[in-house]
Write a protein that binds this ligand. Sequence first.
Ligand code: FDA
Length: 394
Amino acid sequence: MEHVDTIILGAGAAGLFCAGFAAARGGSVLVVDHAKRPAEKVRISGGGRCNFTNLYAEAGNYLSGNPHFAKSALARYTQWDFIDLLARYGITWHEKNPEKALGQLFCDGKSTAIVEMLLSEARAAEIRLETTLDEIAHDGTRFRLNLSGRSTTCRHLVVATGGKSIPKMGATGLGYQIATQFGLPVTDTRPGLVPLTFAPHELDWIAPLAGTAVDARVSANGTCFDEALLFTHRGLSGPSILQISNYWREGDAITVDLLPRQNAFDALKSARADNGRRQMQTALATLFPTKLAQALAEKLALTGNLADQSDKALQAIAEQLHGLPLKPTGSEGYRTAEVTLGGVDTDALSSKTMAAKSVPGLYFIGEVVDVTGWLGGYNFQWAWASAAAAGRAI
Ligand code: FDA
């Protein structure tokens, strides 16, 4: 029988980051993962450059059953703390598209620099990969785990097994099962930051536009995002769609403003004044990529030329361009989702330490918790902050 002070299940972003904090408290720490390599999502994230945090991260950028839950951890380990850590490792970074003020910070080099930094911070812990958890029991003071056939006990058990997104990369529902085993409620889970799919009648005009991107304002259920929208063979993607997917529910429509920075009515009226003989499709091509202009002219059944359109008709067209209602039939699911919405109910956890209120020594951190960030570095910031909260409390 092996004994360690702390076992951390999951050598991903949160698990590895927690290991350094927990080891600094003096006890022995074992990090266990079934994958061949640690922190694979960090490695592939941000197109290989890891969008590791966001300048503007605060609780309002997260979805959770309790919108206040993330505040404490985010305040006690901030984006500036992580930026300071990168500086100590000489990892340089840049803000993507600073003119858009989205606050998204990426490595100048490869994301593997962050993986190496996480491993270095966790160097006092043992990291055991390709190890499976076969069983857990708790006798009131200690947890007993069967790890690939080896019995190991610990006083503190940190669950950092992430969500269900991208099963091919090793995602499983283990964290939710452990929560359930110990009587903690788990809120409904669903794919988040995910492309949306459409019925054949919508795909008829969307699919031929695959690869076309435009700036758009996409809204659903009272929330809107002003970012790029990408047409795909299966539906819609791009940052604005991934963001709104967190707020969209099956059966809801989304509204797409295809000209968020222009007044379409004014633009069409002045195009009519300039040259009324222009076909509607040609007029739209001054506002949109040609293929999209053609598709919109067909979808909105626009015929004739600009001079044929009354002010009322132009106003009606403008309204459609600023508020195209579209009804997704679903999403691309966990296969491509960047995150899992829902998870271990925050009511069952301490917001200061991530400890389960009803089971001494049990902690949940990172994506397995019902806290999900927007696209743009917010999810890693939650992983770092929740990991620090638990690690400092152990
Ligand atoms: P994470 O998923 O990182 O780690 C969980 C670990 O647990 C994994 O190593 C897994 O193998 C292990 N595990 C799971 N089940 C197990 C089992 N049964 N037994 C043993 N081990 C088990 N976020 C962001 O802020 N900026 C970004 O740029 C991106 N980019 C991005 C790209 C892609 C393609 C994806 C899928 C996701 C992102 N994200 C992101 C989201 C981000 O990756 C995610 O929120 C964090 O990795 C969550 O950290 P965790 O440590 O909670 O889970």
